[in-house]
Write a protein that binds this ligand. Structure first.
Ligand code: GLU
Ligand code: MG
Length: 455
């Protein structure tokens, strides 16, 4: 793709600026997600829109290694010296109302080169790798969160019916504001419901191209945070907001097409998969252990990964199987967006861009290497007896996250697919969490990080 010429770019900036200013926008926020899954930002007065886009705002190298506890995990390569530029991408710019606009941003070096630690840049590169292979992906995110008091404490125990209407009415004002805000921001929310956990809600976003989908997930999280504040609440996006309870997932659905034809429907394989679709699923299942640290890498992630919590803790695939890390959804009237694959193990402490990039890169690797599709797991693997489990090829993905991070660090596959820069920054921030918090009690840990991944 050609870069727009400087004059067409400046015309575009002028038009956008005037539109925003006329609509009453005063502040423009540009966000980026770092290796610890934190959403970071710079903001500018609307008059500086062009500067934010063209030259970017300064950001210290340590942005990449800010940890979930607010500390910095410096490395030999990242410390007090040096600067980057955070550049606003005008394609994703949205007026959020109330004088605020938002857009996604990318990291660049001072020299103007793309920063290899930029997760959004990685996902863009993976989208390009797919395009070069003649493939197009669509990704749809699900956001689960638990409403809490502004200080992060649990809300008073009101009655809670999982998937009930009760919570929809108790939080009617908040949910209506959220739906209004997502509609105004151009996110076509698919549905909202009360989840199984107390005060837990979920809303699903429609499938779009991978970078746009991850941008929408960040924007949606921002809108949840904004609507929650207006109602005297906060939303926890922690994998385990309260110990012993149900966790928050950040499931990602993806579909792939070649020449407009789905790889997951209309084929001769199981449930209509084509040979390439089967290889994509095979590639994801095969590579999960290598990239797990990018999907469930925080110090709280392991507690969510127990069988029976529908977090997809088993390293297998199965049709509509909620205990499988890779859940297949076949073509049919029940699936208006067509057949797709849901990766369930991802949680909201992950960097949403990196997680998508890792999953899609594994799918592409599966296709190019013709990965075998393992046997389907049709039943609940969590219900196996010890004996059956010992005889079964299905393994539970590890919940010892320290070991998961060690695997990521040593994985040549993960390093090849997402690059050393992203693996190294992820390893350093997640090891910081392990060093300081792995020995804490589950209660203390959950409380410390309850709002760490919130916006
Ligand atoms: N809350 C579950 C998780 O941690 C997911 C429940 C569901 O939507 O299937 O992933
Ligand atoms: Mg759910």
């Amino acid at each position: 793709m050609n870069e727009p010429s400087r004059s067409s770019d400046s015309t575009r900036i002028t038009v956008l600026h005037d539109e925003l200013a006329q609509a009453g926008v005063r502040t423009v926020i540009g966000t980026a997600v770092n290796s610890a899954g934190l959403t970071l930002a710079k903001s500018v007065p609307v008059a500086r829109l062009g500067a934010f886009h063209r030259n970017g705002m300064g950001a210290a190298g340590v942005w990449h290694v800010f940890c979930a506890d607010g500390d910095i995990a410096c490395t030999d390569a990242i410390g007090a010296v040096g600067d980057m530029r955070l550049r606003l991408d005008l394609d994703g710019l949205r007026d959020l109302g109330g004088g605020l606009a938002w857009g996604p941003a990318d990291f660049f070096a001072q020299s103007g080169e793309r920063d290899p630690r930029c997760a959004r840049g990685l996902l863009r590169a993976v989208e390009l790798r797919l395009a070069n292979a003649g493939l197009e992906a669509r990704v749809g995110h699900e956001l689960e969160f638990v409403l809490v008091a502004p200080d992060g404490s649990a809300l008073e125990d009101t009655s809670w019916v999982p998937y009930g209407v009760t919570g929809l009415l108790d939080r009617e004002g908040f949910l209506a504001d959220l739906l209004d805000a997502t509609a105004a921001a151009g996110i076509g929310t698919e549905q909202v419901h009360c989840e199984y956990g107390r005060n837990q809600f979920e809303f699903s976003l429609p499938p779009v191209a991978p970078v746009a989908a991850a941008d929408a997930a960040v924007l949606a999280k921002t809108l949840v945070g904004r609507a929650a504040r207006r109602h005297g609440l906060r939303a926890s996006f922690s994998p385990v907001p309260f110990p012993g309870g149900l966790g928050n997932g950040a499931h990602q659905h993806f579909s792939l097409t070649r020449d407009g034809r789905s790889l997951f429907g209309g084929g001769d394989g199981p449930h209509g998969m084509t040979a390439e679709g089967g290889a994509a699923v095979g590639g994801v299942v095969r590579g999960l252990p290598d990239v797990q640290g990018l999907l469930t890498g925080s110090v709280l992630s392991g507690e969510r990964l127990a069988p029976g919590l529908w977090s997809g803790a088993h390293a297998c695939w199965g049709l509509e199987n909620r205990e499988a890390a890779v859940r297949f959804l076949r073509d049919g009237p029940g699936n208006p967006h067509g057949a797709n694959v849901e990766v369930k193990i991802i949680d909201p402490s992950a960097n949403v861009y990196t997680a998508s990039a890792a999953v899609l890169a594994l799918a592409l690797e599966g296709i190019t290497t013709r990965a075998p599709l393992p046997a389907e797991v049709a039943d609940d693997p969590g219900a196996l007896t010890e004996q059956q489990r010992a005889a079964s090829p299905v393994t539970v993905l590890p919940h010892d996250i320290g070991a998961v991070i060690d695997v990521l660090d040593k994985s040549s596959l993960a390093r090849r697919l997402v690059g050393d820069a992203i693996v190294d920054t992820t390893v350093v921030t997640r090891r910081h969490e392990q060093t300081h918090y792995a020995e804490k009690s589950p209660e203390e840990r959950a409380e410390l990080f309850r709002l760490a991944w919130s916006v």
